[in-house]
Design a protein around this ligand. Sequence first.
Ligand SMILES: C[S@@+](CC[C@H](N)C(=O)[O-])C[C@H]1O[C@@H](n2cnc3c(N)ncnc32)[C@H](O)[C@@H]1O
Length: 303
Amino acid sequence: MIGESFTEEKKVEIANKIKAIELKTVEKEFKELQKIGIDAFKISERSRIGNNIVDYFTFTQRLNTRGKYNVNYFEFIANLEYFKEKKFIQNMLNYYETVKNKNKNKNDYIVWKEVYNICISAINIMRPIVYMEIYSKYKPNAILDFCAGWGGALVASSALNIPKYIGIEINNHLLKSYEKLQEFVSQYSSTEINMFFQDALSVDYEKLDYDLVFTSPPYYFIQRYENNVVYETKQQMDELFYKPLFSKTYLHLKKGGHYILNVNREVYERVCVNLLGPADEEYPYKKSKRQNNYQEIVYVWNK
Ligand SMILES: C[S@@+](CC[C@H](N)C(=O)[O-])C[C@H]1O[C@@H](n2cnc3c(N)ncnc32)[C@H](O)[C@@H]1O
């Protein structure tokens, strides 16, 4: 397999061929989110309102995330011939050609993205509407999100005018996207936003004020986000990542606040229960179906 050599401009061009989102759609969706406000829980589970905002600013970066075979979308399309040697990928491409996309309604980039999602890895976002539902339930003044990801949390806190949102993200390729996203939301929202592009383990949480933690950390080896530390074993990741990170961030959470994690049961059982005790509340985090068969749950601890 060869590496990919797309320029940044080319990557943006490809991303736009997969999802062509106009700024006016983004503006419209942000206003709709503001209108929904604390009633987010009433919105259908299938609603995608707000996703275009996240995609508009961070979709290109998402395509750099590596899934199975340690390959990202751009590497996948640069090495299609190599991947066609894998029977199920070849079969899927044939199926698109002869059945699913027989009428050529979808361009090649979209077809390859769908095949990538099915055969390699779908890189999901947490939807702004889901964040809004949780924020509205706990009514925070200041949110700490120490694995900020694709921006849905920033969009949600801004749409709700939560006084403060603190995001920490190790992937500094997202810096420019976040700058633009922040500039966009600041036209409509009074939320104070503090973004730190650094390893969440190196942050001094004593200096931060927050009464709600809600984040979605990476799970063992499922996806490889850019710039992330690679751990060799689950045990190592427990000891060097989850345990120190959850302890520090919990320690400095305001009393009366809520500590909320979106993790799978394995991380909950291996790490969280010993560290924080059984959760005070838990509910399944519902999202559109995904190909890997593990369930993500939202666990809540009251401090
Ligand atoms: C599961 S994703 C979060 C996705 C998020 N729920 C969303 O939908 O946007 C995990 C994020 O944590 C980030 N991350 C991983 N290790 C980190 C660390 N040590 N410090 C800060 N962020 C980290 C990754 O780069 C990735 O963006």
